[in-house]
Write a protein that binds this ligand. Structure first.
Ligand code: ADE
Ligand code: ZN
Length: 325
C-alpha cells in the first residue's frame, strides 16, 4: 500500500543502534573460524534458534558471548560496514552508533583497534553514499563507575572521534545515578550524553537520566507510567529512541499491537524509530517501521512525524537536518 511505499522511500536516521548487535550469525561463524573461537552452537540455524529471549538479561548473555569473535581491526570493519550497507538499503542517510569498548578491552582487544575498524567503515560509507554518522561510546552499567572512568581515560586520545557517551547493559539495579560523576566528566569534556532508561527500569530511572544531563533518552517507553514525566518530556521535546522490535523480543511488550509508539506521538513526545540490535531482534530499521505501521495502523502523517523526529533528535546541525525535513 501507499504507506509501505512511503516508508521505503523516505530518507531516515537511525539513532539507537549497538554495532555489536548487528553481528549476523553467518559473520559470527565466519569470524569464529578465522579467530579460533569455539561457539556453543552447531551451526547458524542452531544459533538463530537460540534467539528466543525472556528479558533483557537473557539477550545480553548471548550478545556478549557473540561479541567474543571480534578480535582484529578488520573484524570491526566488516561488522560495521555490513551494518552500514544494510542501513543504506533502508534509506538511512544518517546514523548514530553505540559501541561498547569494555566488552572488548576486557578480552584484551585494544580500544584503538575497535575504534579504527569502526571508523574506517564509517569513512567508507560517507565516501560511497554520503552517509553521515556519529559515534557514541557506551558505558556498561553492570560494571562499576570506576571501570567506566578507566574506559574514559583510554578514550581521551581519541576524543575527536567520539561524539558522545551513553549508558547501556543490565538496567534494573544499575540506576543512572550510579554514574553521576562519570557523566559529569563526560559533559565537562564538552560531549553530549545519552542513557538507556525506562526500557525495563521504572520511570524514576528516566528522571535520573534527565538529572545526568542527557540530550536523549534511549527507549524511555516506561516513562508513560508517569504523567508528570510525560509532560516534562513532551514540553522539552526530549527525544526518545524507541526500538519496537527490540521491545517485542525482550518482552517489554507482549505484542506489537500493544506497543505505546502511537500513543507517544499522540502525547506530543519526540519518539523516533530504531532497531537497537537488529541481528538479534529480527529486523533492521525499515522492518521496525513496517511492523509498527501494520500492528498500530500508523498513517502517512504518523510515519512522516516519526521520520522528522529522527532528524530533529539527531546530532546533525540544524542546517543539515533542514535538507530532509
Ligand atoms: N546493549 C545492547 N542492547 C541493549 C539494550 N536494548 N538495552 C540495554 N543494553 C543493551
Ligand atoms: Zn539499546
Amino acid at each position: 500500500p501507499a504507506v509501505a511505499a512511503l516508508i521505503a522511500r523516505l530518507p531516515k536516521t537511525e539513532l539507537h543502534l549497538h554495532i555489536e548487535g548487528t553481528l549476523e550469525p553467518e559473520l559470527m561463524f565466519e569470524l569464529a573460524g578465522k579467530n579460533g573461537v569455539t561457539l556453543p552452537y552447531a551451526d547458524v540455524a542452531a544459533l538463530r534458534a537460540a534467539y528466543d529471549f525472556s528479558d533483557l538479561q537473557s539477550f545480553l548473555d548471548l550478545y556478549y558471548a557473540g561479541a567474543g569473535v571480534l578480535q582484529d581491526e578488520d573484524d570491526f570493519y566488516r561488522l560495521t560496514f555490513a551494518y552500514l550497507e544494510r542501513a543504506h538499503q533502508d534509506k538511512v542517510v544518517h546514523t548514530e552508533i553505540f559501541f561498547d569498548p569494555q566488552t572488548h578491552t576486557a578480552r584484551g582487544v585494544p580500544f584503538a583497534v575497535v575504534l579504527a575498524g569502526i571508523r574506517r567503515a564509517l569513512a567508507d560509507a560517507h565516501a560511497k553514499w554520503g552517509m553521515s554518522s556519529r559515534l557514541i561510546l557506551s558505558f556498561l552499567r553492570h560494571l562499576s563507575e570506576e571501570d567506566g572512568m578507566a574506559t574514559l581515560e583510554q578514550a581521551l586520545p581519541w576524543l575527536d572521534a567520539i561524539d558522545g557517551f551513553g549508558l547501556d547493559s543490565s538496567e534494573v539495579g544499575h540506576p543512572p545515578e550510579k554514574f553521576a560523576r562519570l557523566f559529569e566528566r563526560c559533559r565537562a569534556l564538552g560531549k553530549l550524553v545519552v542513557a538507556h532508561a525506562g526500557e525495563e527500569g521504572p520511570p524514576g530511572y528516566v528522571w535520573q537520566a534527565l538529572a545526568l544531563g542527557v540530550c536523549r533518552v534511549d527507549h524511555g517507553v516506561r516513562a508513560l507510567e508517569d504523567d508528570a514525566l510525560v509532560e516534562k518530556l513532551a514540553a522539552s521535546r526530549m527525544p526518545l529512541t524507541v526500538c519496537p522490535l527490540s521491545n517485542l523480543k525482550l518482552c517489554v511488550v507482549d505484542t506489537l499491537a500493544h506497543h505505546p509508539l502511537k500513543k507517544m506521538l499522540a502525547l506530543g513526545l519526540c519518539a523516533t524509530v530504531n532497531s537497537d540490535d537488529p541481528s538479534y531482534f529480527g529486523g533492521y530499521v525499515g522492518d521496525n517501521y513496517v511492523a509498527c505501521q501494520q500492528a498500530l495502523s500508523l498513517d502517512a502523517d504518523d510515519i512522516v512525524q516519526l521520520v522528522k523526529n529522527g532528524f530533529e533528535a539527531s546530532w546533525l546541525p540544524e542546517a543539515e537536518q533542514a535538507r530532509y525535513i
